[in-house]
Ligand binder design. Structure first.
Ligand SMILES: [Zn+2]
Length: 282
């Protein structure tokens, strides 16, 4: 089963870069989130696919009407309040950030927030405490783990990319890890972000067919925004990754949703046999 998720953030919410690091910088950039979220919602409407949305609290605070529009049809989870890497925070800072984001989203939607995704797969083996914090904040399902080595994070001991129960200090959380493909011992992500834009559609189609039991995608509104300005300060490699394939990404996504059935996390959660799921102790 294929799961569709969107991380709702602005075109300038790029991690690990000084000119886009905090809200002090974000206020300098133009607002594109309205048209970009509308584009996503229109694509979903036309395809009939279900999807789960992870929203940055900062977005919810500035534009609560966007959150209200999404929650009419789709479940919303937290993508933190301030979109910072988890391993750059103390457990206390992370707790403050996640609990504020959950409260904000719950106040706007009137619904319980039970899903979470960290920015940049940034919960590593050494941040097992993050799962304790998530559980304290009422989170039941996490979708932050990259089950291999990764630049911003990764938990290689997680094993195969399938939903499992993560256990840390007696706390249990359902985990929906990011999918990847192993080619020549390298872990290739293809179901979201710059990777989705980079690979030609025939490869994405082939690799999607091969993931018969489980595929988790993650698309950002900016991945489909061909008209977005270029952030000049980005190093060349980041520029490549941030802007490659923008022109055809929307067409590619539409094809993907036509060729394959996609559902949301809640639907997968209901039909998955959690009794047989692996328990991963972090
Ligand atoms: Zn993000």
């Amino acid at each position: 089963m294929n799961i569709l998720t969107f991380d709702i953030e602005e075109w300038f919410h790029l991690l690990d870069n000084d000119s886009t690091r905090t809200e002090n910088e974000w206020k300098n950039y133009e607002v594109r989130i309205y048209e970009n979220v509308d584009r996503v919602l229109n694509i979903l409407e036309e395809s009939g696919a279900r999807a789960t949305f992870f929203v940055i609290g900062w977005i919810a605070k500035q534009y609560p009407d966007i959150v209200r529009k999404i929650t009419e049809k789709y479940e919303i989870g937290s993508h933190t309040l301030n979109h910072q890497l988890v391993w750059q925070q103390t457990p206390e800072q992370f707790r403050e950030d996640v609990s504020s984001s959950v409260k904000l989203l719950e106040d706007i939607t009137g619904k319980k927030v039970r899903l979470f995704r960290a920015p940049g797969f940034s919960i590593r083996q050494s941040e097992g405490w993050a799962f304790d914090v998530l559980s304290e904040c009422g989170i039941e399902i996490d979708a932050s783990v990259f089950p291999a080595h990764h630049a911003h994070g990764g938990i290689p001991s997680y094993g195969e990319s399938r939903p499992a129960i993560i256990e840390h200090n007696g706390v249990k959380i359902k985990e929906f890890p990011i999918s990847f493909k192993t080619i020549l011992n390298k872990h290739i992500i293809f179901s979201g972000g710059g990777y989705f834009r980079l690979f030609p559609y025939f490869l994405i189609k082939k690799w999607t067919k091969e993931q018969t039991d489980y595929l988790l995608s993650y698309i950002h509104p900016r991945d489909l925004d061909f008209g977005q300005p270029v952030i000049k300060e980005l190093p060349l490699a980041r520029k490549f990754k941030s802007y490659i394939g923008l022109k055809n990404a929307e067409i590619k996504l539409r094809k993907w949703l036509k060729d394959f059935d996609f559902t949301d996390i809640a639907s997968f959660d209901k039909q998955y046999d959690w009794g047989k799921a692996k328990v991963v102790k972090i």
